[in-house]
Design a protein around this ligand. Structure first.
Ligand code: BTN
Length: 243
């Protein structure tokens, strides 16, 4: 069982056959008093959600999980959770033999195709960290032409419990480092990145910006070099990678 992995991130675990969304179930649990160490998984999600209100197709075989975190981070540092989770996810995949790269801010790609998405949302004093990993699926089942799966990349299925164990272990480490040693997390982010140095188009709430992704600042914001100077992008979505 998942509890037997002994992770402090998964002391109380709910595994469902089908849920609309593990993220919404985790939110309900927090409202009912659950805290750090609560994990919700579902074999199938009928209403899985991605970032920016998109749908997240979640058939059997994937890893659909939400973790309730009450991080030891001050409010002003909560944005560090998503880059830390991306680094953790990428490292867990490398341990499985999958050469995952991070597309800013927190998509994991293999060979330019998305294999994992991360969704961090606040609920009261908690953060709901949703992880969607296309594990034992065929790419066609993901509903996205730009997606890949671990099955496709490895040519075999993975043991989901082992995958969860690797992921939780890495998350503990990276979330721990996010508070005091975030620079080290960002150095690892850079080593695993596939966005920097490229010409990108970023959609954010204020509209669209284009430029060359030069680096991250000390808080993980993307530094974009545009014709009118360097722009710091704190949130958004890279729509296009070129070069
Ligand atoms: C994204 O890349 O847009 C983020 C996708 C996050 C999907 C996961 S699957 C588990 C959790 N439950 C949801 O409804 N969404 C997240």
């Amino acid at each position: 069982s998942i509890e037997a992995l002994g992770s402090p991130l998964a002391r109380r675990v709910e595994v469902h056959g089908e849920l609309p969304s593990t993220q919404e179930r985790a939110r309900e649990l927090v409202r009912a008093g659950a805290g750090h160490g609560t994990a919700v998984l579902a074999r199938v999600q009928s209403g899985g959600r991605g970032r920016r209100g998109r749908q997240w197709v979640s058939p059997p075989g994937g890893l659909w999980m939400s973790l309730v975190l009450r991080p030891e981070l001050s409010l002003g540092k909560l944005h560090r959770i998503t880059p830390a989770a991306a680094v953790a996810g990428a490292k867990a995949l490398w341990e499985l033999g999958v050469e995952a790269r991070i597309k800013w801010p927190n998509d994991l790609l293999v060979g330019g195709r998305k294999v994992c998405g991360i969704l961090a949302e606040g609920e009261g004093t908690c953060v709901l960290l949703g992880i969607g990993l296309n594990a034992n699926l065929d790419p066609e089942e993901t509903g996205s032409p730009a997606a890949t799966t671990l099955r496709r990349e490895l040519g075999r299925d993975v043991d989901l419990l082992r995958l969860i164990g690797l992921l939780l272990g890495r998350l503990e480490t990276e979330l721990g480092r996010a508070g005091e040693d975030f620079g080290a997390v960002l150095d690892d982010w850079r080593a695993l990145d596939c966005t920097l140095g490229r010409r990108v188009r970023v959609r954010r709430f204020g509209g669209v910006v284009e430029g060359v992704a030069a680096d991250l600042n000390s808080e993980g914001a993307l530094l974009l070099e545009t014709p009118s100077g360097t722009v710091e992008v704190f949130e958004g979505e890279v729509e296009k990678l070129r070069g």
